[in-house]
Design a protein around this ligand. Sequence first.
Ligand SMILES: Cc1cc2nc3c(=O)[nH]c(=O)nc-3n(C[C@H](O)[C@H](O)[C@H](O)COP(=O)(O)OP(=O)(O)OC[C@H]3O[C@@H](n4cnc5c(N)ncnc54)[C@H](O)[C@@H]3O)c2cc1C
Length: 441
Amino acid sequence: MVSHDAEGDEPHPISGDRLPQHLEKRPVILRFVKDDLSAIASVHDVMNETGGSVATCSCHGSSPWVDQWTYRASGIIVPVAPTERIAVVGAGIIGCAIAFELSGRGAAVSVFDGRSLGGGATQASAGILAPYTEALEGGPLFALTVRGLSAYDGFVRQLRAVSPMPFEYGRPGTLEIAEDAGRARELRARLSAPWAASAGLEWLDGERLEALVRCIHTGAVGALLCAVHGYIAAGPFIAAMADAAQRLGARFHLGTAVTGIDLVSSGVRVHTAGESTTADRVVLCAGSWTPAIDPLRQTAGRIRPVRGQLVRLSAPELRLRHVLWGRSCYIVPWHDGTLLVGATSEDVGFDERATAEGVRGLLTAAEGLIPDLRSATFVDVRAGLRPATVDELPILGPAGDPRIIYAAGHYRNGVLLAPVTAQLISNYILDSAIDPAFSAA
Ligand SMILES: Cc1cc2nc3c(=O)[nH]c(=O)nc-3n(C[C@H](O)[C@H](O)[C@H](O)COP(=O)(O)OP(=O)(O)OC[C@H]3O[C@@H](n4cnc5c(N)ncnc54)[C@H](O)[C@@H]3O)c2cc1C
């Protein structure tokens, strides 16, 4: 069945009354949330009952990076930990963010991908950074995504200090449009949430909305502005991360699929069609395909693909500035006058095709929100497979053997969560020693 889903337009299923049941099964995530990622002094890793785990970390108010970049700039490289050889499987947004972060901290990183950079879900992403729409109130996903957004500015600054490759990143806020009085009531209710002020929530009545978005359809009764939200161009962003990681010594093996991973006394052996590489650890970031290469089979049946399609239009004359969310679609405007309209949510297995039905539904939804889009130029359509987990939380950290580390299952929020995931995983890797008992395998 195809449903047109405004990427988190509806309250996230992890929130609300399903939460306690989920948390009972996810003690690590419970602690992660309870500690709010701020009170923990060192890296913890505890298995949770579903087989994944979350590596929690201290909040680096001033990141060790800052010093390290200074050292690097002066030509003196001081790794924060003895050099570890890390193999990263998957060059999507998660793999590239981890490669950049780990390389910046002195690890020797090799990245493998069977396709080109970001050829999986990442190339289809709309790049919206919107925790206060995606996760709404409470719950582990809320804590993680809010932290994810707050990590962005610093991460982007560090990236731009290393790579000159340009990418569009903006925090102009999002507007959730109320098409009727009922929706307006729902949206306005969020103004009394404890996080309303930190999210920069503001209600705009119909007149103010029209002043801001002249082309909005005439039936709109108002909109909820979330001022802290933003967007990033996922493709150019990961190209910059890969470039920066390589400048810091990482090696990218694109067009090189990993065919198997063995645990050996010296660490892990990562096999490709052409050769085998030894590393101390491997990070599995293969999105929806992670279960297929998981040597411990911890992710089997726990990550499944959910197809998303989005269309790209060009309508520079509309001069849109904010990300707009309607009931059936969202619209992301870019500086060059193009717009991304997303997204479908479809349970169709590993089928990465774009379909006539998907495109038709998105165009209809977009015209419902902005009638002038009827005459926009059609640019292209993209489709990708979101890696969805059973409880819609990513699987982060090791699960039984510290040589195999998971960073997969980011579902609808992989772009938003990329920097914080890279920091959590890097903190875990560089702060944790491998128990020699594991080397006996
Ligand atoms: C239509 C759509 C819109 C979206 N919009 C947003 C949004 O606005 N904001 C947001 O935060 N998120 C959004 N997402 C979700 C986001 O795109 C994903 O969560 C994110 O891209 C997942 O990244 P990843 O690196 O884990 O996986 P992927 O990008 O899928 O990367 C996995 C990589 O692993 C590689 N791989 C697989 N098997 C192997 C192997 N055996 N050997 C080597 N490499 C392998 C693949 O080739 C691929 O490149 C959207 C997704 C879709 C589909």
